[in-house]
Design a protein around this ligand. Structure first.
Ligand code: FAD
Length: 108
């Protein structure tokens, strides 16, 4: 079975990097495909309890993927990651800083 912690760190790196490189003005196809990707991701992620809980979270009112532009998608992923942080008793991340963490780099 996979190492759930190592898999999680690598996967969050991938997902936030995906958001950091998502277009500022995505066309309708890009938006549809990104929504489909997150939907399929939540079915194939090879930590099944993680995937089940993530699917349940995404299907809760207000938590559907927001893909209208880079900042929306980055904020949504940050909220998704925070939902997992809360579940695991980890600290919440300040989502106003997601781009600083994953795209432009910390200033200090
Ligand atoms: P991680 O949570 O992996 O975070 C990596 C880095 O991301 C952090 O160091 C921080 O710099 C940054 N970061 C933290 N929070 C945010 C945020 N909100 N937005 C942007 N950047 C942030 N593990 C379980 O044990 N049970 C589960 O049910 C579970 N479900 C998961 C569901 C998904 C979809 C994924 C991708 C992972 C899941 N994991 C789960 C793994 C878990 O989230 C962590 O990846 C793992 O516990 C390692 O945690 P970490 O403290 O090293 O940092």
């Amino acid at each position: 079975p996979p190492d759930v912690e190592q898999l999680g760190r690598s996967t969050w790196t991938f997902l936030h990097t995906l958001a950091a490189n998502y277009p500022e003005r995505p066309n309708p196809t890009q938006q549809t495909e990104t929504r489909q990707f997150m939907h399929l991701f939540s079915k194939v992620y090879p930590c099944w309890v993680c995937a089940d809980d993530f699917r349940t979270w995404m299907s809760t009112s207000g938590n559907a993927p927001r893909v209208s532009n880079r900042d929306e998608f980055g904020q949504w992923l940050c909220e998704a990651h925070n939902a997992v942080n809360v579940k695991l008793g980890k600290k919440s991340f300040d989502c106003s800083r997601w781009e600083e963490r994953w795209r432009t780099g910390w200033k200090d």
